[in-house]
Design a protein around this ligand. Structure first.
Ligand code: ATP
Length: 516
């Protein structure tokens, strides 16, 4: 991570703390690595993101339903899913800096540097030839690009092979041959690569009764797979259909820097879509497009998203892509879309001895459905929104402001009601509270009467409130208020009766959902 990006992330984290979005967990005891608490504004924003996802993925589809499975599951679940044997990250330590890294991430960061070289060549071409530049042809023929691409393929293949076959000595050899240095100290003095299981375990029941080891779920998906038949039967679901869930997941991540990007306790929003075998690729493409449309409707900028196809597929997948987002530390995974075949349901059939099949009335036969999954980290989505919204501006009068330009439908508060004067005998607080009670039914509102009005506007900017309604003396005469716009700072005067419809038009989830 470049110094600048690091600073940007730090700035965002400190703003998030100062304004009640995110606090380090148990901060009075100096915090706990990679665990965070969402504060009063953060939990509102988080709930709105969940609502946007749930509405779009569950309630707006006839054939998708949602569940809420428990975090603890029978331990055999994780044997069947492959997590006990294979949910490992290859770990490597630098002997000089004593810093720990994921060996695959070190290699991937090296590849990202080669990719950046290719991007630079393309940018040079665009600059030189303008509209005449044929990017596709350039990428297919330029010798430098081809050499770099071949190098990337070679490294990827070797890394994939080493991880797949468990040849960790070769992964270390690869790191050494590429001359990869510790990004912190520059040292190339590495330990061997070791596998490290990411699941947290604990004991259930007292030891005297023969307590058993159980795991905190590392993904929510398995709660869906083990409930496949329960939901299919009780919901009379017909293939294709989906089961969605939002919930906590836990991973004992080796490196947990980068704020809420990589946490040890986090939340996932996952949807497993069950399809007829052979139709999974069509659904895979369709869900890729649908998920990108969900993101783009938010208006964070289409240029901030890109697909990244997996070359080294997980043991259960026959196709997989990430939606990467342009975080302050560069493009990184925000969401995964995976074609998981019938791996999970078949494995649970084998381990439980229960049939997990669908009777297809058209084909008149039973089969184990294939699965296409969409899996997004709620906290990463939160970071995507927070980091894109965070803006420092110098205003026309030379003053500075920090504003969170959060998509209005997701903002913690939609409107702040501000009486110009605090004094009761001015009549303004009473009038402002009347308006507050009117709007509270539909919107999350703030009421603020402390300090000068300019200071109160800044406070609302800092938490991303799209509108401020100011109640002044004229309000008492003609029942009008001013509405100030967070982004363009314009102020318009409107009758009190029109505030509600204006806010619905500009801040409601419905309007956002219509854009998908
Ligand atoms: P990464 O390669 O970054 O470790 P992953 O490929 O292991 O991620 P998945 O298993 O596909 O991630 O999980 C689905 C989603 O869950 C990810 O796209 C990400 O948004 C989120 N996620 C995974 N691990 C974490 C974490 N430690 N903290 C926050 N979110 C996470």
């Amino acid at each position: 991570m470049a110094q600048n990006d690091d600073n940007q992330l730090k700035k965002i984290a400190s703003h998030a703390k100062e304004y009640g979005f995110i606090f380090p967990s148990s901060e009075i005891y100096d915090g706990l690595g990679a665990a965070y608490d969402y504060g009063q504004n953060g939990s509102e924003l988080k709930n709105n993101i969940k609502q946007y996802w749930w509405k779009a993925m569950v309630q707006m589809h006839e054939n998708i339903v949602g569940i809420d499975a428990s975090i603890f599951m029978h331990p055999t679940t994780w044997k069947a899913s492959g997590h006990v044997d294979a949910f490992n990250d290859p770990l490597i330590d630098n002997k000089d800096s004593k810093k720990r890294y994921r060996a695959d991430v070190l290699v991937e960061d090296y590849i990202a540097k080669i990719e950046a070289k290719i991007d630079k060549e393309v940018a040079k071409g665009v600059k030189r030839f303008g509209d005449d530049f044929d990017q596709e042809q350039f990428l297919a023929t330029n010798p430098n690009v081809l050499r770099n691409k071949a190098k990337i393929d070679e490294i990827n293949n070797r890394l994939g092979k080493g991880l797949e076959t468990g040849d960790l000595d070769d992964v270390k050899a690869l790191i050494e041959e590429l001359g990869i240095a510790d990004p912190v100290s520059g040292s190339k003095n590495w330990t061997d690569v070791r596998q490290f299981n990411l699941m947290f375990s604990t004991e259930m029941g007292s030891t005297a009764d023969g307590a058993s080891t159980i795991y905190l779920r590392p993904e929510t998906a398995q709660g869906i797979f083990v409930n496949f038949l329960n939901v299919q039967k009780t919901g009379r679901m017909k293939i294709p259909f989906g089961i969605a869930q939002i919930g906590k997941a836990f991973r004992n991540e080796i490196i947990a820097r980068q704020f809420i990007f990589r946490m040890r306790e986090f939340e996932q929003m996952e949807m497993q879509f069950f399809v007829k075998p052979g139709e999974e690729m069509e659904w895979y493409e369709s869900w890729k497009a649908k998920r990108m449309a969900w993101h783009n409707a938010l208006g964070l900028g289409e240029e901030n998203y890109r697909f990244h196809d997996h070359i080294n597929l997980a043991h259960y997948a026959n196709a997989a892509a990430d939606i990467q987002f342009n975080f302050p530390m560069g493009f990184k995974e925000l969401e995964g879309i995976h074609s998981r075949t019938d791996f999970d349901l078949k494995a649970h059939e084998e381990h439980s001895g229960k049939k997990l099949q669908f009777f297809d009335p058209v084909e008149n036969k039973n089969y184990v459905p294939y699965v296409v999954e969409t899996s997004i980290g709620l906290d990463r989505m939160f970071l995507a929104i927070l980091s894109t919204s965070y803006t420092e501006e110098i205003l026309e009068d030379g003053s500075e402001r920090t504003v969170l330009k959060i998509p209005a439908a997701l903002a913690p508060y939609k409107v702040a009601i501000l009486p110009l004067l605090k004094k009761e005998d001015s009549g303004l607080p009473q009038k402002a509270r009347e308006i507050l009670r009117l709007l509270q039914l539909d919107f999350n509102c703030q009421y603020d009467e402390k300090d000068a009005i300019g200071k109160r506007y800044r406070r609302q900017d800092a938490i991303g409130t799209p509108y401020c309604v100011t109640v002044d003396h004229q309000t008492l005469e003609d029942n009008t208020v001013t509405i100030r716009d967070r982004d363009d700072l314009s102020q318009i005067r409107v009758p009190i009766g029109e505030i509600r419809s204006k806010l619905i038009e500009t801040t409601s989830m419905q309007e956002l959902l219509k854009k998908i």
